[in-house]
Design a binder for this molecule. Sequence first.
Ligand SMILES: C[S@@+](CC[C@H](N)C(=O)[O-])C[C@H]1O[C@@H](n2cnc3c(N)ncnc32)[C@H](O)[C@@H]1O
Length: 289
Amino acid sequence: MTFNGFQETTTPENNPDLTERETIEADLLLEGVHRLYGYDFRNYAKPSLMRRIWHHVHAENLDTISQLQNKVLHDRSCFERMVQSLSIPVTEMFRDPELFRTFRREIVPILRTYPYIRIWHAGCSTGEEVYSMAILLHEEGLYDKARIYATDMNDRSLKQAKEGIYGIEKMKLYTKNYLEAGGTQSFSDYYTAKYNSVMLQPYLRKNIIFAEHNLATDRSFNEFNVILCRNVMIYFNDTLRDQVHGLFYESLSRFGILVLGSKESIHFTQFSDCYEPLDRVEKIYRKIK
Ligand SMILES: C[S@@+](CC[C@H](N)C(=O)[O-])C[C@H]1O[C@@H](n2cnc3c(N)ncnc32)[C@H](O)[C@@H]1O
């Protein structure tokens, strides 16, 4: 029988006890991970979290979540692999190009009026979103007065982000995205190709600070004019989403701009009254109180 794409002997569907047992096992695993390693996955949305946990149970050649708990608590490398499994680092340069086109049209004129610009990419994964912003600001003549803070909980993703080296096979899609996003140069000017990889131009990295930061457990660390957090909070439950919105609210300057992307919204959070929409489709908001 299959459960979540894996071979199982029993499934929650035909064994209600397993659903309850599975929930208890997962709760104990997440509690143990939080207490021992300080990573808090307890308020991640359950359906996708359970899929990732089961994926990791099988990747470790185990049969139950309790066995995973035992291994994770006694073997740090197993915990580190689990963080990778739970992290979902999927990203692209100029992902959802319309967002960047809108940013260029609606937000850049506002940023031009600022003496300096502090931007936070929360959940930056392997860096593609951040370098896309660096290119956009460079083309608009704003890069030199910008500081971009790029954070993620996944140290392995951050390492790749710092290197700025990506597979050459991705450049076709990234070039298409760049043009759709309103890019004004030749995209290949921004990288040097070597064998099967490309390295982004080092000047794009000049004003980017990469750092480990966990949205579930870490605090505000600066004040920003713009915060982008896309495709991250979709993995959180309402409690954690509200908590992270609290962190963003606290970290935004007066009239600061929050960019969530078309799939997410400030509605139904405790902070919906604190913002006005600047773009209703791309879910770009301005803090008003
Ligand atoms: C799907 S990627 C999104 C990357 C990029 N923002 C984009 O839209 O292309 C989600 C990222 O969120 C990060 N993430 C998940 N939970 C996090 C947390 N509690 N704190 C910081 N980053 C987190 C993951 O490690 C992953 O790199």
